[in-house]
Design a protein around this ligand. Structure first.
Ligand SMILES: *[C@@H]1O[C@H](CO)[C@@H](O)[C@H](O)[C@H]1NC(C)=O
Length: 351
């Protein structure tokens, strides 16, 4: 039901946030080992120089769905920033947040493809390299965490809606049930060490980070919110006790805990996996509410194409492989001796 209501909420929102311009696909934007799709929204009038937001979809989502289901493109028309919507190459529409490559600076995986888009936008659209931001929902929130850890030199700030700590999904599979169910518990030091391992030797300023979570989330259990607090307070070297914690902020039942200027942890009481993106709140966190759009340039030339449909499923699935879940279109029959077990609505596995 939670997933169904998430999808319903997002499709209901589509249309409500109609932006003036079009989403445009860009190809050949640089190193892209896993073939992540790049879709750009460039408003008619840009701030000078324009900041950039990378907005990442949930599992089963697409760049187009996140473009239509969130307010960022609409707000780009008002404020003059550029939005990139990456499109996940995985057949289930989830981001790779588990491989060593994706978790490591410049090592590959989906994260490197996304960062190549940012580098391309800086080089070709005049994007302000000091004002690049990331946000996302669910799997997109997990990728936001990955980008904060592996590319602290690229991003100035992040905002994650219903994600998990950096490296919580680390391992062989796309889905990590121990992490998703909130049973992957580490010390602040261990979580912090994982972030520091994403870009060994990095000594610059790290991106400030805001994360949102619902207390009734049964897809990515709310324990992940508390593990996130351990992780990022350790990274920034601040106390795990909030400096301030305001209730009914920004909505009734939400509480906004601040751990100094670099960390905000917003807990949504009674809310499930669907914590709707609060785009204006995110813009305020990114410092993008006072921009003055000037005379803009035309959107980048290029054909607008939908992502290719995944290949129809065939064959059988090996031990530990995926065999079902919302949006999954691969084979559903497990190899001899294994059974397809539902892990959650997004993921069934041959066990
Ligand atoms: C902030 O306060 C609310 C309401 O008392 C509480 O439920 C929440 O756990 C607090 N947040 C943190 C991070 O301690």
């Amino acid at each position: 039901m939670l997933f169904a209501s998430l999808l319903t909420a997002l499709s209901a929102a589509a249309g409500a946030f109609a932006a003036a311009g079009q989403l445009v696909q860009v190809t050949n934007f640089g190193t892209n080992p896993t073939n992540v799709g790049m879709f750009v929204y460039k408003p008619a009038r840009l701030a000078s120089p324009p900041p950039l937001i990378v907005a990442m979809h949930y599992c089963t989502g697409t760049a187009q769905a996140y473009f239509q289901g969130t307010q960022y493109a609409n707000l780009a028309d008002t404020h003059g920033f550029i939005v990139i919507y990456p499109n996940a190459p995985d057949s289930g529409g989830c981001w790779d947040v588990h491989t060593t490559a994706t978790l490591t600076h410049n090592a590959g995986g989906d994260s490197l493809g996304i960062v190549s888009m940012v580098r391309y936008a800086i080089a070709n659209y005049g994007v302000d390299a000091t004002r690049v931001f990331a946000t996302g929902t669910s799997s997109g929130a997990m990728m936001t965490n990955v980008l904060m850890g592996a590319y602290p030199d690229v991003f100035k700030a992040g905002s994650a809606f219903s994600g998990v700590p950096y490296a919580c999904f680390e391992g062989p599979d796309m889905w990590n049930s121990q992490c998703s169910t909130g049973q992957l518990i580490k010390t602040p030091q261990q979580w912090g060490d994982l972030v520091r391992s994403g870009f060994p030797g990095f000594t610059g300023t790290r991106p400030k980070f805001q994360f949102w979570h619902g207390t009734a989330d049964t897809t990515l259990y709310p324990q992940n919110f508390w593990e996130d607090i351990k992780q990022w307070t350790n990274v920034f070297g601040v106390s795990q006790t909030p400096v301030t914690n305001t209730t009914n902020d920004p909505l009734p039942g939400y509480s906004r805990a601040s751990f100094g200027p670099n960390i905000q942890a917003i807990l949504a009481q009674g809310v499930g996996h669907t914590v709707p993106e609060q785009a204006n709140d995110v813009l305020a966190w990114f410092g993008l509410t006072n921009l003055t759009p000037g005379s803009g340039t035309a959107p980048p030339a290029g054909p607008t194409t939908a992502p290719p449909p995944p290949a129809p499923g065939s064959g059988t699935v090996a031990h530990f492989g995926q065999c079902g879940g919302i949006g999954y279109t691969g084979p559903t029959v497990c190899a001899a001796g294994f059974t397809c077990v539902v892990s959650n609505a997004y993921y069934s596995q041959c066990l």
